[in-house]
Design a protein around this ligand. Sequence first.
Ligand SMILES: [Zn+2]
Length: 212
Amino acid sequence: MIHPGSSPRHLKRRRALLLGTLVLLVPAGLAAYFIAVLGSFPGVTTHPSGEAAAGIVEPRFTQPPFGLDEANGYIRLGESLSPERADLPALTNLDPGLLKAVRSAARDARGAGIELGVNSGWRSEALQEWMLTQAIKDYGSESIARRFVSTPESSRHVSGEAVDIGPTDAAAWVEQHGNRYGLCRIYANEPWHFELATTPGGSCPALRTDAS
Ligand SMILES: [Zn+2]
């Protein structure tokens, strides 16, 4: 005797159900995958060079802030500037001593087979303010946001005295050799952030916990 459940009509209905489930599940799975890979904060993604794996998340903004462009020091997500570029305020508005040190470091890093890029340099007050507002929204907490994004009044990016360096191997190279040029990593939670903080060849100050 043939079981009613295995009649062709039931099989067809089952196949349709299975297909329908797949059609619903596959896009949901893809969405989950992209959120996991691209970062869970809307508008913010984790640093592309893998600090997220170490539990460190640098806020990088996927959407350019309205009206704030390259003239404000805005650098698109995933873009890394050669320090040699002389056409962008993110670099040209940096303290000349810092820019010179970064350029020297980049040349020597290249000799060691490492390509050094600037992910963020000088920022206008308006851009810094926007980043802080965005970070507070995305982290859901001003105190967490302030660990990564300073106020326009206190930011060393706004004063032209800080650069964020990528990718990870370049930041690691500068952490190891940067003191030759006076460059020091400043914060324990930001392996990408460097400032002129010693005399060339001197030793760097102890790391601060974070920017807050
Ligand atoms: Zn920084």
